[in-house]
Design a protein around this ligand. Structure first.
Ligand code: NAI
Length: 214
């Protein structure tokens, strides 16, 4: 079993990428792969891969490489994909609807069970197989269903208040898109603040370097 108590955040950040590549290999029917082949595919060094996976107790065998299905399964366990965390989404506007319909929650350890908004014009409308509920129902819903994860696609100004309420209702993990860097001062709560614009700025940084060297 993996020993994943005190792993560096840079290793943790690479795990979803390993999981995705191994999932693709599995789909292609590849049974095993050497760290050299995996490194060529993922554009990482073989020693980086060995070091990363050693943090969790190895998995590879000298002369054999990695068993794709087994490694995919083990990394999945570390990432919690077998947990099927009950998930709710708050804010069914443009972004919220896109996330609810385009992200495959099921293959990423989450099960979307409720969508909430404040706008009376959209309450009762369907997004995928769920109907948008009024946010006033959220307390009863959480008491009945005990969701663990919340996806926040609401305006910046309401984010902290909603997050505090959700923490009081027992939610433990926040996937926050709301352009407000949520830092919840409670123990045992995890937050992943997502800013697509930051990724674009990383790109423009690279483009800027190329441009300046021309
Ligand atoms: P939108 O205006 O289409 O949707 C926001 C939704 O939140 C609306 O349906 C509104 O009725 C609902 N809402 C407002 N207050 C609420 C409350 N107290 N409880 C429940 N629902 C509430 O906006 P859009 O484009 O979907 O963006 C949503 C948020 O995500 C914005 O804060 C936006 O700035 C941000 N955003 C973040 C991105 C990122 O990369 N992190 C990318 C794009 C948008």
């Amino acid at each position: 079993m993996a020993k994943n108590g005190s792993i560096s955040s840079s290793v943790i950040k690479r795990l979803p990428r390993y999981y995705r590549f191994l999932g693709e290999l599995k789909k292609q029917g590849v049974d095993r792969i050497s760290s050299r082949e995996l490194s060529a595919l993922m554009k990482l060094t073989a020693s980086q891969i060995r070091q990363d996976l050693n943090c969790f107790g190895g998995f590879g065998q000298q002369g054999y490489g990695y068993h794709v299905d087994e490694l995919h399964g083990e990394i999945g366990k570390i990432l919690g994909v077998d947990k099927h965390f009950k998930t709710i989404l708050i804010g069914a506007g443009n972004l919220g609807r896109a996330i609810a319909t385009h992200i495959n929650f099921e293959t990423r350890g989450c099960r979307l069970i409720g969508i909430f908004d404040i706008n009376p014009d959209i309450i009762g409308k369907s997004v995928g197989n769920l109907q948008i509920r009024h946010v006033d129902e959220i307390e009863d819903f959480c008491r009945e269903n005990s969701p663990a994860v919340a996806v926040l696609c609401i305006p910046k100004a309401t984010t902290q208040e909603i997050a505090d309420k959700l923490v009081s209702l027992g939610l433990k993990a926040f996937w926050n898109f709301s352009h407000y860097d949520l830092s919840i001062e409670y123990e045992n709560i995890v937050v992943e603040n997502v800013h697509l614009g930051d990724s674009l700025l990383t790109l423009t940084y690279g483009a800027n370097i190329i441009d300046n060297s021309d």
